[in-house]
Design a binder for this molecule. Sequence first.
Ligand code: ADP
Length: 493
Amino acid sequence: MSTTTTRSRAAELIGTLDTGLFINGAWVPAESAATFTVENPATGEIIATVADGGPADAQKAIQAAANAQKKWGKTAPRERSEILRRAYDLIMERQDDLALIMTTEMGKPLAEAKGEVAYGAEFFRWFSEEAVRIGGDHTTTGDGKNRILVTREPVGPCVLVTPWNFPLAMGTRKIGPAIAAGCTMVFKPAELTPLTSLALVNILVEAGLPAGVLNVVTTSNAGSVVEPWMDSGLARKISFTGSTEVGKILLAQASRNVMRSSMELGGNAPFIVCEDADLDRAVTGAVAAKMRNMGEACTAANRMYVHRSIADEFARRLGEAMSALTVGNGADDGVQVGPLVEAKALEKVEELVADALERGATVITGGGRPDGPGYFYQPTVLSGVSPDSAMMDTEIFGPVAPVVPFDNDDDALRLANNTPWGLVGYLFTQDIDRALRLGAELEVGMVGLNTGIVSNPAAPFGGVKQSGLGREGGRVGIDEFLEYKYMSIPVVG
Ligand code: ADP
């Protein structure tokens, strides 16, 4: 499609979206009638106005979820499974449209947005398969006098809060297992990117999701909606993806009603390249791990630790690969790197780079923002970054790769583990023993061995230390939404 056609198609699609709050199966305005605007980060243009919910709307939403829980929790697993499967099919049928909405509100290139739509849809397919495999257990006590019958039950109404960087997948990763397990939900998408989530709601309705099971409240003031949910006494669980800072606030709130909590929080991923690594694969992996989503991912490689003997060559080759990427409006053909999501994000990246340069780093490529509108930053490689630079212990969340040399494996591990976060680590080596040793010693929930991509619905995604609690996806993903119950039954006769 030409640029003009793509843009008018985006406006047309966004124009057809329901932009109210979705409560008990109906689209309604905020009780205050307030709205807020959504911007295209590539142009700074306002693209939509959506309902701005507050505490009164929050109350109605959680009440609807609570009212629907009992019946929903008893629906046949096959019924819940088929709703998810139909929603998967509908998302894939509308992959191009959903991708265009996503690119327009969030900035990522269309090809990446299409990739996210497929990845996000896959959580529905995966959990449609899990819904009919919720197991239990039956044993006998050691003395043979009692039977133990273990069943799994839905946790109950769940609070779901998602970030802006993966507007579809962060939602489906929570909604999928909640539906599979038989939980109802109140969902607050990120204020920067609510449109993809609103599009998803009608897909789920079309797929047959009953009223009250999923309630969505958009808001420009997250706390004014989420805190009343946490304090309602009706919600039994919080599943949050976002910053460690907000995760800690929500954990404190969860403690007030002792709610089950799943937290996917920040990362500070080390990317370790040993001297025996296949350098081509390491450079390709580094571009993938760094540049997916313009670096705006909790899994983004934040610190590149490279063996001193190859550090200069790696930095040079990574610089070549990064400078060859096409930066521009993600809706345009051939663009590989879109804008950052907002002005604040761009300012943060600029400050982190200025700080690293002041402390002695050298720019291999990039290092600034291009002229023109939108929140763009050039793909950047820095070498000789001092360990006390702010970017070494802050999520950069932008297209900047700091390369730091190490001398031996212990040195690499010490540097890599020297952080309160522990989401993912990347490791490039061709020595299997070394890979297994370093992989075991890395304090993370996930390791990418000779690959820059770890996310997959079939794998348990999550971190250790301050990167979070619990796992999303994989065989264990549904456990976050289930409780155990056991019945003790005397053996008679
Ligand atoms: P990011 O830096 O990725 O935007 P945040 O943690 O700020 O991460 O945001 C992730 C989600 O958390 C968003 O939906 C945001 O609106 C929400 N959020 C932010 N502050 C709060 C809060 N005090 N209570 C509940 N949710 C919040």
